[in-house]
Design a protein around this ligand. Structure first.
Ligand SMILES: NC(=O)c1ccc[n+]([C@@H]2O[C@H](COP(=O)([O-])OP(=O)(O)OC[C@H]3O[C@@H](n4cnc5c(N)ncnc54)[C@H](OP(=O)(O)O)[C@@H]3O)[C@@H](O)[C@H]2O)c1
Length: 282
């Protein structure tokens, strides 16, 4: 039986699911995947999560909270870690204060990237960036009753992401310079949303879960696949992280895998890329 459905049935209503950060790319995908439920999708203008939940939210009977609202500007967090923490730590505490079952999202950037085999849930975190530190504190703030989903390199048909940036650059340039010394798992938000549903509906135990696309690649590999799959002739010039001189350090290796029994399996990142391009073409 689906989580919350017993209560919902007793109350004669569908499961009521709150999505925070609903204007973001994962928020969009979750709203689609949970569309058979009664979805309350709140963007930043509806609820700034650095503030306590509005009273009508506290009084409403929520069966599930999918907390995607986050400060995701990795370089910006380096310059203003307090503001990043207000969203990623205090905001998560505010979502947890609703007392409904909670799914919160975290990142591969909690790891320092020194490993050369996939990071599993029992690996010790050691974030190198302010963003990674705020997300790690956010994980702790979510509490024991939450599913804490670590994921990586998200892309979708909406919002700001690497895929959309490459498509924009690729339209107008013969060559694009892309980092080739960071390796991770580009994850399609549609696949992550589906995996989230499996986690919740399958009543898998709460706690830490690594959910990222199968396979791994560098950003340069991903860019080449994007141009290839979308029929663009743009060339990729492979550069190093040092060449870019970005303010925040990024892990050189942050492939995520789950060691937990029954973990939802996501499709390969290339399948995610194709699914996303198909969604964009609709
Ligand atoms: N993107 C990635 O590559 C990646 C990788 C690993 C983990 N994650 C995690 O996955 C989750 C979803 O990320 P995403 O890619 O969907 O991010 P996103 O597209 O940037 O969406 C985040 C949303 O949160 C909203 N937001 C920011 N501050 C807020 C506040 N104070 N109150 C309410 N809403 C606020 C943003 O609104 P505005 O647009 O108005 O700022 C945005 O709509 C986050 O927890 C993120 O840390 C992301």
């Amino acid at each position: 039986m689906e989580l919350g459905s017993a209560d919902s049935l007793r109350a004669g209503r569908r499961r009521r699911v709150l999505i925070t950060g609903a204007g973001g790319q994962l928020g969009h995908a979750l709203a689609q995947v949970f569309s058979t439920d009664e979805v309350v999708a709140l963007a930043r203008a509806d609820w700034d999560v650095t503030q306590p939940p509005p009273s009508e939210l506290r009084e409403s009977e929520l069966d599930l909270v999918l907390h995607t609202a986050a400060w995701t500007d990795v370089d910006g967090a380096e310059a203003d870690p307090q503001s990043a923490a207000a969203v990623n730590v205090a905001g998560t505490a505010n979502a947890a204060s609703l007392k409904a079952p909670l799914v919160t999202y975290s990142t591969d950037y909690v790891f320092d990237g020194r490993k050369r085999s996939p990071y599993v849930e029992s690996d010790g975190p050691n974030p190198a960036s302010a963003y990674g530190r705020t997300k790690l504190h956010g994980e702790a703030t979510a509490g024991q009753r939450a599913w804490v989903v670590r994921t990586s390199w998200l892309f979708g048909a909406t919002g700001h992401n690497f895929l959309r940036t490459m498509l924009r650059l690729g339209e107008g340039r013969e060559e694009v310079a892309v980092v080739d010394d960071q390796r991770g798992c580009p994850t399609y938000v549609g696949h992550l949303a589906q995996a989230t549903r499996e986690l919740v509906d399958g009543e898998l135990p709460r706690g830490l879960w690594h959910l990222a696309a199968d396979g791994d690649c560098t950003w340069a590999d991903f860019a080449e696949a994007i141009f290839d799959e979308s029929g663009l002739e743009t060339r990729v010039r492979r550069i190093t992280t040092a060449d870019l001189e970005r303010p925040a350090p990024r892990p050189a290796y942050s492939v995520l895998r789950s060691e937990r029994a029954g973990a939802p399996a996501l499709p390969h990142w290339r399948e995610g890329l194709r699914a996303c391009l198909a969604e964009m073409a609709r």
